[in-house]
Write a protein that binds this ligand. Structure first.
Ligand code: SF4
Ligand code: SF4
Length: 332
């Protein structure tokens, strides 16, 4: 979606195979407190103490069906465990975007949204990933932190219009039991709904996995495909048949088959309602790389200067701001 990257899969992530971390836990389960249990509890407490709002653990085997180029073991061949860390974003700035998306008006500013739900949060997540990895390395384990929001290849492709990340934080978060993916493809948690951002670590430490999250928090028919209705680029389908479905940790994961290049139009600030200074008409078909560069050259030069003040400046976020899933309050 607009801040991380799709793994569009049709494969099984873990067809009921027991996670290595679970095996470790069982091997060490002598009725007393085991080392993996202590390490997991201490790391969780440490990360919460450093500012993490959500911390989850899962065996890497849970994402065995990930594409090879995005599999965590590409980076750490001996990886056994995944750690997903979430930070709650500011509610009021999401509410502003939600109110205007619902009223079909343009918000007075996107700057607080950009800074306090993206730029600042990403740096905070990077800090937490670094500290969590350092915590494990100081105890003799290998630990590989992934940045919160850096594309693996900035050049977009048909499969990954935003440039894929090294891994998909939201898929890892599902594998760590934090929540489920919604129709808009983003993570929904019982505590914050869609209003958190994520980062991940993989490690060879034998951490104890959290259970997969069971409850379905997204019902497109009940909310009337609200995320799709407010999408100004028609990136999200309004037909439940247009879906992506696969397994993570043996649990079915389903979301809308989002047209990423359309989403990038909104997230790149190429429409006024998504925070842009100009409306740059979206073409009917996906543009080539050269065409896309030409479209992007039409962005108002004064809009481009915002980056000097805020840093990387993603726009839009209307779909996630309005999502009424449990934990969100993006209503008037
Ligand atoms: S708005 Fe939220 S609850 Fe409704 S379909 Fe979209 S993701 Fe699901
Ligand atoms: S509402 Fe905005 S962020 Fe969401 S899919 Fe559409 S363009 Fe992308």
């Amino acid at each position: 979606m607009f801040f991380d990257y799709e793994m569009v899969l049709s494969t099984e992530f873990n067809g009921g195979v027991m996670d290595t971390a679970v095996k470790d836990q069982k091997l060490n389960n002598d009725g007393g407190e085991t080392e993996p249990v202590r390490l997991t509890d201490d790391l969780r407490a440490y990360l919460h103490g450093e500012g993490a709002d959500l911390v989850g653990f899962g065996g890497v085997d849970r994402v065995n069906g990930a594409p090879e180029e995005m599999h965590p073991r590409r980076y750490l061949p001996d990886a056994r465990s995944m750690i997903s860390i979430g930070v709650h974003v500011n509610e009021a700035v999401c509410d502003l975007i939600a109110r205007h998306a619902r009223k079909k008006t343009n918000p007075p500013s996107y700057h607080s949204y950009q800074l306090f739900t993206l730029v600042m949060i990403n740096r905070e997540l990077d800090r937490l990933a670094y500290l969590g990895a350092k915590y494990l390395e100081d105890r003799g384990y290998q630990a590989y932190p992934f940045p919160a929001n850096v594309p693996h290849l900035p050049k977009p492709s048909k499969k990954y219009p935003g440039g894929p990340g090294d891994v998909s934080h939201k898929h890892i978060a599902v594998g760590c039991g934090l929540g489920r993916l919604g129709w808009h493809t983003m993570l929904i948690t019982p505590r914050f709904g869609t209003r958190q951002k994520l980062v991940s670590i993989v490690t060879d430490a034998p951490l104890v996995p959290d259970p997969m999250f069971e409850e379905n928090l997204c019902d497109p028919e009940a909310c009337g495909f609200l995320c799709a209705k407010v999408c100004p680029t028609n990136a999200i389908p309004m037909d439940t048949k247009r879906k992506v479905s696969f397994l993570i940790g043996g649990k079915e994961t389903v979301y809308g088959d989002l047209e990423g290049w359309r989403c990038r139009w909104g997230c790149s600030g190429m429409l006024k309602c998504t925070g842009g200074y100009r409306n740059i008409p979206i073409p009917a078909e996906e543009p080539t790389e050269e065409e896309l560069l030409e479209y992007k050259s039409r962005i108002d030069p004064w809009q481009k200067r915002v980056v000097n003040y805020v840093g990387l400046v993603p726009y839009c976020g209307r779909c996630y701001a309005v999502c009424p899933a449990k934990g969100s309050n993006g209503t008037d």
